[in-house]
Design a protein around this ligand. Structure first.
Ligand SMILES: [Zn+2]
Length: 375
């Protein structure tokens, strides 16, 4: 009998002009071509998107939030119901974050110590305690294909002394996560390390080098897109990416404007997630090949044109801008469905174009063009 597919990563092509690479993640829930964008499915559902829409879009991997699923409906219940894939009826791959970022976002509700983080639920105020071991146990119960280590995420701005202390604590937690993960490792669930260190190159370097020794299945850059200026984010990303192991997937967490993704791919980043396409869609901001559209704008009141004439999604094939604007202004739930479908199509099409250009060896050239257009 063939065994279950173990987690693995292969680099298939490298772009001659940049550090971009084409690869594939092998998971127990299918292969995922990289560079990849992972739609965010916070509570085990990508908001307003039926799973078969995601499948039709050829989305191979989604992200789910450990913190939210732990609070509701609870990881034990999900495990009892067959794990997150079965519970959510999603046959593709799932990456679970570790909850570090969510605990960080609800800063006023938390109390941090060497052992872990005591926090109050944003739903009902109940107290919980996350340790590195507990967070691995939760992700194991959820049964995600890729688990993330539990880390402390610093806000921006953050002084060097505080950033160093936070990064060192994250390193000690990283080691505890790895030890806990090792105990039950059967090769199917990957564990990624997360490089921290705020905007300080020396801290990022120490974090990356120490994590490298712990030999994770993949490596992520965390703690970016937390309010720092864009140039600084690019600087940190560009100086940190080369410190990540070349034979493992590299994941840039929570960064996701289209131009950011292209820039990061050029530095050899393979994986992305961001709430932008889904959240922006619900707020009426739609990405198109001709620029961003705010659908509530009066300009579109009698506009019979599709949202994006260059998009092949159902929204663009069936509906006019005028109708979408009407749905949005009327607060119709259907608007969220078709807005989200379009924005995710835009993102996943962009990733397909990126992969194709790496395959053809002209990503560098294409990236050069994008740079000029962005200026
Ligand atoms: Zn569309």
């Amino acid at each position: 009998m063939a065994g279950i597919q173990k987690f693995g990563f292969e680099v298939l092509h490298e772009d001659p002009g940049t550090r971009a690479r084409l690869g594939v993640l092998h998971t127990a829930h299918g292969d995922v071509p990289t560079p990849v964008f992972m739609p965010v499915g916070t509570a085990g559902a990508v908001k307003a998107m039926p799973a078969d829409f995601l499948e039709a879009l050829d989305a191979r991997i989604i992200l789910a939030n450990t913190y939210h699923l732990y609070l509701r409906p609870g990881h034990e219940r999900i495990k009892k119901l067959g794990g997150l894939h079965s519970f959510a009826s999603w046959n593709g791959a799932i990456l679970t974050d570790s909850g570090g970022y969510q605990v960080f976002s609800h800063r006023e509700l938390r109390d941090i110590s060497e052992e872990g983080v005591q926090f109050r639920s944003h739903i009902d105020g109940s107290q919980s305690f996350f340790t590195p071991e507990k967070v691995i146990e939760i992700q194991r119960a959820l049964g995600s294909d890729i688990a993330m280590i539990f880390d402390d995420c610093t806000p921006y701005p953050c002084g060097h002394v505080d950033a160093a202390a936070s990064m060192e604590l994250s390193l000690r937690w990283a080691k505890r996560c790895k030890e806990e993960w090792n105990r039950a490792d059967d090769g199917t669930q990957a564990l990624f390390g997360i490089i921290q260190g705020s905007v300080y190159p020396d801290l990022r370097k120490r974090s990356a080098e120490s994590l490298r020794e712990l030999d994770y299945s993949g490596m992520a850059i965390g703690g970016l897109s937390v309010g720092e200026p864009k140039d600084l984010m690019y600087e940190v990303m560009e100086s940190t990416a080369p410190l990540m192991p070349a034979d493992r997937p590299r994941y840039l967490m929570g960064v996701g404007m289209p131009e950011d993704i292209v820039r990061a791919v050029a530095q050899g980043i393979d994986m992305f997630d961001c709430v932008l396409p889904t959240r922006n869609a619900r707020n009426g901001y739609l990405f198109t090949s001709q620029g961003r559209i705010l659908i509530k704008n009066a300009l579109y009141a009698e506009d019979r044109e599709p949202l994006d004439p260059n998009c092949s999604c159902t929204t663009c094939r069936k509906y006019s801008r005028a109708y979408l604007r009407h749905l949005f202004l009327s607060g119709e739930h259907l608007y969220a469905v078709y807005g989200t479908l379009h924005n995710l199509t835009f993102y996943l099409d962009m990733m397909r174009k990126i992969r194709q250009s790496i395959r053809l060896g002209n990503f560098g050239k294409w990236f050069g063009l994008m740079e000029k257009e962005g200026d």
